[in-house]
Design a protein around this ligand. Sequence first.
Ligand code: SF4
Length: 196
Amino acid sequence: MNIEKTIKSLENRGFKVSFHESGKDAVSYLCEKIKGVDVGIGGSVTATQLGLYEILGKENSVYCHGVVPGDATIAKANAAPVYISSANAITEDGEILNIDGRGNRLAAQVYGDKRLYFVVGVNKICPDFNTALDRARNQAAPPNCARLNLNTPCRVDGKCHDCHSPQRICNALMVHWAPMRGIDTEVVLINEELGY
Ligand code: SF4
């Protein structure tokens, strides 16, 4: 994986990028930037591993339906002026890919007057779009289906079958080619393996 190329590509597309050697450094950085506001966190193993809900919750009101389930939490998270998500993959060309089953995480990433942080381990970097999409469906989706107890075939054998399961986790694919208008978007890239 070419981290330097990825950072340059993201910046060329207009994304802000910060690079951190450790998750601990990244959390400190986010704590400096995010104080006294409502914060939404999309479902994310990376955010859980970093303890973002608990740590940011010391100085902010944090809403994450993975911690407090329910539509009210999702509504507050998506209306918050700061939103944190990971990504299923980032390409060395600077594209950010996310799949979603319900769409709350995607919705929060594309509309609103807010700050958006993609908090991503370097293990999510892929050389191009096709490998990134393959990563999302064959590496990220199966363990996420297991984690969320979804009845999908990828959960059984770890491979995407382009299924028609009612519990399909990848009903939509979002590709950020550039920051959305009105959304101040930063990729917080961490030199560690995080999430799926
Ligand atoms: S289409 Fe079905 S099998 Fe493929 S990743 Fe999505 S949920 Fe899993």
